[in-house]
Design a protein around this ligand. Structure first.
Ligand SMILES: [Fe+2]
Length: 183
């Protein structure tokens, strides 16, 4: 499956522009992490890009979410490694995260929301002027972007990256696609 095929399938299954942007941001961070950790950039990127493809189709049913997504990704030709990571990013199934890819997707997923929210409270509402320090401060404010699960983000330790480095990599990766994110 090419990236274009994956993106076409996302556009066929997802109407919400913010959800598509979330998947693009997740892809960008996953790619950057793969480069840094010496992992397969295409595989990690595709996992991030596709991980929430079923969110609208499953309409909030957490027992279907990510099962259907893994199936859809498999039908598109994604590897077992990719579909497993998609499946276990939703803890409702009780599927253990085993691979580094599984663990990476899990901690990257909420990071995109934290960084997006931190950009949106800047005077210019842009990513360009946002600094990692500022994201760290927002991380510590529990009420800020409360949906961005802090405990989940700190599990970056499980893929061998320091927390402050993780924030930095995520921010830089999102800044690089700021135009696509409308930020
Ligand atoms: Fe997600």
């Amino acid at each position: 499956m090419t990236r274009e095929e994956a993106l076409n399938s996302i556009k066929a299954n997802v109407e919400n522009g913010n959800l598509i942007k979330h998947m693009l941001a997740t892809e960008a961070i996953m790619r950057a992490l793969a480069r840094r950790l010496g992992e397969d950039e295409e595989e990690w990127g595709l996992t991030g890009l596709l991980h929430d493809i079923d969110v609208e189709l499953t309409q909030g049913d957490m027992h279907s979410h990510s099962k259907l997504g893994a199936d859809l990704a498999g039908e598109l030709g994604a590897s077992e490694t990719v579909t497993h990571a998609i499946l276990c990013h939703n803890e409702a199934h009780g599927t253990p995260r085993e691979t580094k890819l599984d663990k990476a997707l899990f901690c990257v997923d909420p990071l995109t929301g934290l960084i997006t929210a931190a950009a949106l409270v800047r005077p210019d509402r842009k990513l360009a002027s946002l600094e990692a320090n500022s994201v760290m401060k927002k991380f510590k404010q529990k009420g800020f972007a409360a949906g961005a699960n802090r405990q989940q983000i700190t599990q970056c330790s499980e893929i061998g990256i320091e927390f402050d480095q993780f924030i930095e990599v995520g921010l830089v990766a999102m800044q690089a696609i700021a135009a696509d994110l409308g930020l």
